[in-house]
Design a protein. Structure first.
Length: 396
């Protein structure tokens, strides 16, 4: 760019960042594979949890990119490329979902034809919950997400070279289409991968619940990386506390939204008091799961809410960095709480395993590795985006 205030000098991350990501992924994958050999049923549940954690950050980051384009937001333009980098794992989901396709009988009761044949309720749901249709839904959704990722990111990167504003207009159109597609497809994924673990349970708010958690985790990942790069001097000098205040405010909003949806789902099921609905919450209020349930209320809502409530906390980079890590950890615990009681209802002590750490390490490793790879190849900020200068000059 010709304006000296907008000159971007590309820097490289330390070489050990990429190596760290690769080491975490390899160690997690190897030990996880050993887990599949020794206890395939337990490994399937652990792998599903970490797969959904990876899906949350990658697809949630693409949603943030789409929202930025659709809303024509200015303050977030300098941050957008980081979300693009975090979304780079989306095409890999088509590869990482394969082990789950071989684990359906370890995960889902509805995949056992002999059990379905003797259960009237499962038979009624078999039109939707059957293995061939499940494969089709999952693959089609992952392909759709990958295509949107490819075209939106391709336009963004081409603009760094050509500077053509038509590419921004094209991405606005794609983003407007992607947002409702994302809402529908994520709801289907929530039903397929989590709700159908208890095939007789249902909640009309569950898709929105997962959406809130996914968005919180994507924002937390973005905030953590943005603060870290700012501290290390990788960002433009004009990225100010006003930018981070806006990012912190958006995190605060979605934390409140998650709390509202979580409470509303619980309240409606409690008030309805129907056995086919309440048993799901009862499972999570027995044994050690009671403490996890209370910890999620405290950790996923009260702590982030109190931390991000004041204006100074949103501009304090150390607090913002801490709460970002906290929210990411709580999202994983939330996924764990959603999934694991379906494996063992006897109590928490039957559920924790070293495999949970192995697959989580692999997921975190691939996120770090892909981010580093994208960082090396492309600009950290969209240098020829027509909104960039206004984004850099943003002040409250």
């Amino acid at each position: 760019m010709t304006n000296n205030d907008s000159v971007y000098i590309k820097k490289s991350l330390p070489k050990n960042i990429g190596k760290l990501g690769l080491i975490l992924f390899v160690l997690g994958a190897v030990t996880g594979a050993f887990g599949y050999i020794t206890d395939p049923s337990r490994a399937s549940f652990s792998y599903l949890t970490s797969f959904l954690f990876l899906l949350s950050i990658s697809v949630g980051s693409l949603l943030l990119v789409a929202i930025e384009y659709a809303a024509s937001a200015v303050w977030s333009t300098p941050f957008r490329r980081m979300s693009e980098f975090l979304a780079s794992s989306i095409p890999l989901l088509l590869l990482f979902v394969i082990p789950l396709f071989f684990s359906l009988q370890n995960l889902f009761v509805w995949s056992h034809t002999d059990i379905v044949a003797n259960d009237h309720m499962l038979q009624a749901k078999s039109v939707f919950l059957n293995t061939p249709f499940f494969y089709v839904r999952v693959i089609v959704i992952l392909v759709i997400w990958s295509l949107f990722y490819y075209y939106i990111i391709k336009n963004s990167r081409q603009q760094d070279i050509s500077g053509e504003q038509i590419l921004t207009k094209n991405n606005i159109k794609l983003s407007v289409i992607f947002i409702p597609v994302f809402a529908i497809s994520l709801t289907l994924q929530a039903v397929d991968w989590i709700m159908s673990l208890e095939a007789k349970w249902f909640s009309t708010m569950f898709g929105v619940y997962l959406f809130a958690g996914v968005t919180c985790s994507a924002l937390a990942a973005l905030a953590f990386i943005a603060v870290t790069l700012k501290e290390k001097g990788y960002f433009h000098s004009k990225i100010s506390k006003d930018h981070f205040y806006s990012l912190g405010t958006l995190m605060f909003v979605f934390i409140c939204f998650w709390g509202y949806i979580a409470f509303s789902q619980y309240m409606l099921i409690w008030y309805g008091n129907l056995p086919e609905e309440t048993f799901w919450f009862m499972q999570r209020w027995e044994g050690g799961w009671k403490f996890v349930s209370l910890f999620i209320i405290f950790g996923h809502f009260i702590v982030p809410f109190a931390t991000l409530l004041s204006h100074p906390s949103k501009t304090n980079l150390k607090k913002l960095k801490f709460i970002s890590i906290w929210i990411l950890a709580m999202h994983f615990i939330d996924l764990y709480w959603l999934i694991m009681p379906s494996m063992h209802s006897s109590g928490l002590h039957y559920s924790f395993s070293w495999m949970d750490i192995s697959f989580l390490a692999a997921s975190v490793g691939i996120i770090i590795f892909m981010f580093n790879k994208m960082f090396e190849r492309y600009n950290l900020i969209p240098v020829k985006d027509p909104k960039l200068q206004r984004g850099l000059d943003f002040h409250l």
